[in-house]
Design a protein around this ligand. Structure first.
Ligand SMILES: Cc1cc2nc3c(=O)[nH]c(=O)nc-3n(C[C@H](O)[C@H](O)[C@H](O)COP(=O)(O)OP(=O)(O)OC[C@H]3O[C@@H](n4cnc5c(N)ncnc54)[C@H](O)[C@@H]3O)c2cc1C
Length: 667
């Protein structure tokens, strides 16, 4: 470490600390030259460079200099503020200074990692250091504010992620609201017969948890409902939930199905969503026998009474508890919660998008989710594997990576398809004795017991052909291909193109983000990746947190994952929510907007622009007023204020202009 003193210029005493970050910065930026440069900047009384400023000794250096009075403002030139701003603010506070008399210059992500030329990188680093020095000279001492935390938790999405998170928080004594948009909780897992790699019965492990949710005294379950508005901030969210009409009173319905029996449609007529359209349902239905809540729902799109008002309503006559209620309309529930956990899951890739695989053209080309329903004992064929003509397949081809690892659709790996393809291969062979062919690009089986499961399938004499499938066709080139689907694929291990005739093709469709993920993300003020997955705060260090404090992620809404990882993440999200709530209060950053009353003309432009409704109007003084607890410091009002009355702590006009001056004036 080297030190350069330049004391006694004025009562503004700035210390500049330049981090090597091992070689991350020092390899590209000449930190010694940057330190020499910094000592000549106005008000700089001391510059130091050190291997790791964020280490304990590094922090101690800052704290000691502040407490000795040699510096009263600090600039650290190191990494992103996202990583270590809090660390260095704490170091300043430890030395007895105000933590906001501090500014960070990011010379790693903004310089050394993105600039190859050392001279250029050093010049750039100097410019950023000069900017930070200029701006920190104008910093004012600021204080964090403390606000109490509401102990209630909102969980959005009732798949296995939402269920597990809700139960964990509720078992810890918190009041939980679980909001699910479908008529039942359960998500995708409720559709499976068995789960890999243990092949345990999905319903047997899921439905006890679904019943526990329903019975839990701390959980309010709102199915067929959606969050429509979120206001407030960490620890104090105000949420509006729209409850769609089921046209069946949830408190009265006993799930006896008498209404379904009595419906004027004697047989099911409309595609049953839960069975992926493989069976038909009536307008009044219960999604599946273990649906939670076990309450009928009437579909307004297909119910004659709701569409025309001209039905004799035998369903209502048959209902002994008088639960049928055609007068129901949307209702809005308003709740206050301290933390929110999003567990909205995924949708499967639409197989029809890959024309050459024939989905939608050849009836016996099916998706994996359809086959999941078919092999399910409670499914549309009571567990019988059938071709569309009702016969059993003698040969089945399973095509992996449909919509995943494909530059035309999704580049990413969906992580579960190899394993669920192996599961389906096992189940199809077990149920039909058919010859099974797996067409794969790479076999991806990382996970506890997963590789062993793959081994088991190899011993079950399932065939594996390595290569991407070119097409599925019904053109027979030889007698063995007559009345068959032919899978044409390159076998990269043999180095030949193969034609494999089969009776059934299963498309292992990948996982995709929901179509409305962007809208949902916007409502909760969180971001999405370009593929639509909700963005975590940090992929390694904060995988269930988001950039909005108090909003956490669980399960497949954050990215493709299997059930074990989903449950682990849901537990982690619940633990983070509990840790937040149990603090009893949160500290809010002071970088909020404020009004210079003498400049405010009372034009109210800012009121309608504020995305967080943080600005009110003081009718007596005729000026705008900012609620610092709600303001998120986005700066929208500051930019829009025609008279310059709105300013933002840590981002005043003067501070920003001085920062710009720093960038352009010294290098
Ligand atoms: C064919 C197939 C087979 C699989 N087999 C296995 C297996 O054997 N073993 C295994 O470990 N994994 C398996 N998986 C992966 C497994 O499905 C996921 O890991 C798991 O379902 C993720 O759970 P989740 O709760 O995050 O999402 P989901 O199961 O998708 O649940 C999300 C829930 O949120 C609801 N929701 C969505 N948006 C909203 C909203 N805006 N408001 C309110 N509610 C909303 C949905 O209706 C749904 O109920 C398989 C996946 C597929 C596609």
């Amino acid at each position: 470490m080297s030190t350069v003193d330049n004391q006694g210029k004025s009562d503004v005493k700035i210390g500049v600390y330049i981090c090597h970050c091992g070689v991350n910065i020092a390899h590209t930026v000449d930190v010694f030259e940057a330190a020499e440069f910094a000592k000549k900047l106005p008000h700089v009384t001391l510059t130091k460079e050190y291997k790791f400023m964020c280490s304990d000794p590094g922090q101690e250096i800052i704290a000691a200099d502040v407490s000795s009075g040699r510096v009263n403002r600090v600039v650290v030139a190191s990494c992103s503020p996202l990583m270590h701003e809090a660390t260095f603010r704490r170091a300043v506070a430890k030395g007895g200074g105000n933590p906001f008399m501090f500014q960070m210059a990011n010379i790693r992500e903004h310089v050394s990692w993105v600039t190859a030329d050392k001279k250029e990188a050093t010049e750039k680093a100097k410019a950023l250091i000069a900017a930070a020095v200029e701006r920190v000279a104008l910093h004012e001492p600021l204080e964090m504010t403390q606000v109490p935390v509401n102990p209630n938790v909102l969980v959005v999405g009732g798949g296995i992620a939402g269920i597990h998170a809700a139960l964990t928080a509720a078992d810890a004594g918190k009041k939980v609201y679980l909001v699910e948009r479908e008529p039942t909780i359960g998500g995708h897992m409720a559709k499976f017969d068995k789960t890999f790699p243990t092949l345990d019965c999905s319903a047997c492990i899921l439905t006890p948890k679904m019943s526990a949710v329903r019975a839990h005294p701390n959980i309010t379950l709102w199915t067929y409902s959606e969050v429509v508005e979120v206001d407030g901030f960490v620890g104090n969210f105000k949420v509006k939930v729209k409850r769609k009409p089921r046209y069946v009173d949830e408190n009265l319905c006993v799930g006896c199905s008498e209404c379904i029996e009595a419906c004027i449609f004697k047989k099911g007529k409309f595609p049953d969503e839960f069975n992926q359209g493989l069976s038909k349902r009536k307008p009044v239905y219960i999604p599946f026998p273990q649906a939670t809540p076990l309450v009928a729902v009437i579909d307004p799109e297909t119910c004659v009474e709701l569409k025309t008002g001209k039905c004799k309503k035998p369903c209502a006559d048959a209902c002994e508890p008088n639960a049928i209620d055609f007068t129901q309309t949307d209702t809005i529930e308003e709740i206050d919660v301290g933390a929110i956990i999003l567990g909205t899951g995924f949708k499967t890739f639409d197989a029809a998008r890959i024309f050459r695989y024939g989905y939608g053209r050849y009836p016996n080309v099916m998706t994996s989710l359809e086959v999941e329903r078919m092999v399910n004992a409670a499914g549309p064929t009571s567990g019988e594997v059938q071709l569309r003509d009702g016969s059993q397949p003698k040969s089945v081809g399973i095509i992996h990576c449909v919509g995943s690892r494909d530059n035309k659709f999704n580049k990413y790996c969906s992580r579960v398809c190899c394993m669920y393809s192996l599961k389906l291969a096992h189940l199809l062979k077990e149920r039909t004795g058919a010859t099974i062919y797996n067409f794969y690009i790479d076999m991806r089986t990382p996970g506890k017991g997963y590789e062993e499961f793959y081994d088991r399938l190899l011993n079950e004499k399932v065939h594996f052909i390595r290569g991407r499938v070119a097409e599925v066709t019904d053109w027979a080139l030889e007698p063995a291909e007559e009345n068959k689907l032919v899978i044409r694929a390159e076998d990269t291990l043999v180095g030949a193109v193969r034609r494999v005739p089969v009776d059934m093709v299963v498309l292992s469709v990948g996982m995709e983000a929901h179509d409305d993920a962007d809208d949902v993300g916007r409502m909760f003020n969180i971001s999405c990746t370009k593929e639509g997955w909700f963005l975590e705060r940090h992929p390694k260090l904060a995988p269930v947190s988001t950039f909005t404090d108090g909003v956490f992620l669980a399960g497949a809404c954050q990215g493709p994952k299997d059930i074990p990882d989903t449950v682990a993440q849901a537990g982690a999200a619940a633990a983070e929510a509990l840790a937040l709530i149990d603090q009893g209060h949160v500290e809010l950053e002071p970088n909020t907007a404020f009004v210079r009353e003498e400049l405010c003309s009372g034009c109210k432009t800012c009121l309608s622009l504020c995305p967080y409704s943080a600005i009110g109007f003081n009718a007596e003084k005729k000026v705008a007023e900012v609620n610092g607890a709600i303001c998120k410091g986005c700066g929208t009002c500051v930019a829009a204020c025609p008279s310059g009355a709105l300013q933002q702590n840590l981002f005043t006009d003067e501070q920003i202009f001085r920062e710009i001056k720093g960038v352009v004036s010294y290098v």
